[in-house]
Write a protein that binds this ligand. Structure first.
Ligand SMILES: C[S@@+](CC[C@H](N)C(=O)[O-])C[C@H]1O[C@@H](n2cnc3c(N)ncnc32)[C@H](O)[C@@H]1O
Length: 401
């Protein structure tokens, strides 16, 4: 059962709704869905991520892998440790995390690297949301204030990266374009227009409307192999691809590990997925209406990993591996970490079966195929790094891209 919205939430959402209405009016009554999604998630002070919505955790709208406990972070720390030690140490001394959410992943990675005496010179956090940057800072200040000396928050990346870049559930939060196949089998952009009266508050003022012209040829060409039917709707992550190209360009030595839910293009544009992959999260309920409660709900789209691969190739990165989350975490020793958590916690006290069950629950959620194990994938790239990454020891489905 969903909690009713309070007055503050209603006022917040209505203010953002008004801003989006103004933008649409200023653009002759139509904007691309990517512009709508950008406003809904990132409009300064009002968007879902940039405003004060609770977002993560039991009291929020959804939880992510780092919030389930320490195992995910410990495994990623093992991957960071491998890159930091194998890459020429005088050059590779940074961990760079994009979209750090609550900051729990950063805290766990740093704790685990410290145990291995491998703290990086610098942990750089690239986070667009000022609200989340503050939450991350608070978490570190209350849990491990000494880490503040090596953590640096930044809004944009200007420098070359030497070390490892990580991003968990970042790509799915980058605005996408949406399209529909028209009667001439051409992909036509689906955008957002307004009902007659934008001031009417009981109903959503937003409606889907397709563009007057089909998409440019490059988009038609890449969709052609999938022989999509008239009426087929889906997304295309042009901004996420541009992000991969630009961050990839900045990677000088080391690796980049991206974790998200999605598929290779042949599965992404499968007949069964003819409504697309847009998904919204509100109070732990998933639905597909992005126009509901602007600013109060998360909006995401699955990731086309073939397109991510192609973007990285254009940045001249080497593909280091592609696999599902379950095998990535298994390869990075999630079962050993499970034992370490239990043994570590039981020092000098009786190990409770409750704790053991809790940690086992984490493993199930992170690795079982019907939980996050199969839908979530990991793709990694490298530059000037000639070693295989441990995360792909058990499985590498690079050929599926
Ligand atoms: C779905 S949350 C994932 C948070 C966290 N990585 C986790 O796994 O819990 C997406 C995060 O990416 C941030 N974000 C979105 N676009 C970004 C960008 N271009 N650069 C940096 N951070 C971004 C959001 O503010 C948010 O913190």
């Amino acid at each position: 059962m969903l909690d009713a919205l309070n007055d503050l939430q209603i006022a917040h959402s209505e203010q953002l709704r008004g801003e989006i209405c103004k933008l649409i009016e200023s653009k002759n009554g139509w904007i691309g869905f990517d512009q709508f999604m950008d406003m809904a998630l990132y409009a300064p002070g009002l968007g879902y991520y940039s405003g004060g919505a609770r977002k993560f955790g039991e009291q929020g709208d959804f939880i992510t892998a780092p919030m389930m406990g320490s195992l995910f972070g410990r495994c990623l720390a093992n991957q960071c440790a491998e890159v930091l030690t194998r890459c020429d140490q005088s050059r590779c001394r940074s961990v760079v995390e994009f979209g750090a959410g609550t900051g729990e992943l950063m805290l766990e990675i740093l704790r685990h690297l410290e145990l291995q005496k491998l703290l990086p010179d610098e942990y750089v956090v690239l986070e667009t949301s000022a609200d989340l940057q503050e939450r991350q800072r608070q978490l570190i200040a209350t849990s491990k204030p000494e880490y503040l000396e090596i953590i640096r928050w930044s809004n944009r990346l200007d420098e070359k990266i030497n070390g490892i870049i990580i991003a968990n559930e970042l790509l799915d939060a980058i605005p996408v374009k949406r399209f529909e196949i028209d009667e001439n089998f051409m992909a036509r952009e689906l955008g957002v227009t307004l009902n007659d009266d934008c001031s009417e508050t009981d109903t959503s003022p937003f409606q889907w409307k397709s563009a007057n012209q089909p998409f440019e040829l490059s988009v038609q060409d890449r969709l052609k192999p999938f022989q999509l039917d008239v009426g087929y709707q889906s997304e295309i992550g042009l901004q996420a691809e541009a992000w991969v190209r630009s961050i990839g360009d900045n990677l000088e030595n080391g690796a980049m590990v991206l974790i998200d839910y999605g598929f290779p293009a042949s599965e992404y544009y499968h007949y069964d997925r003819r409504g697309g992959t847009l998904m919204c999260h509100f109070q732990h309920t998933a639905h597909d209406d992005p126009f509901r409660h602007p600013g109060l709900q998360d909006i995401t789209a699955h990731v086309d990993f073939s397109a991510v691969f192609e973007a990285a190739r254009q940045a001249n990165l080497d593909l280091a591996g592609y696999c599902n989350q379950a095998s990535f975490l298994m390869s990075l020793g999630i079962l050993d970490e499970y034992h370490k958590v239990l043994v570590g916690d039981s020092k000098g006290q009786d190990q409770t079966s409750r704790k053991s069950l809790e940690v086992a629950q984490q493993i199930k959620k992170l690795t079982l195929p019907h939980e996050m194990g199969e839908l979530f994938k990991v793709i990694a790239f490298s530059r000037n790094f000639d070693y295989p990454l441990q995360g792909f020891d058990m499985q590498n489905r690079a050929g599926w891209l």
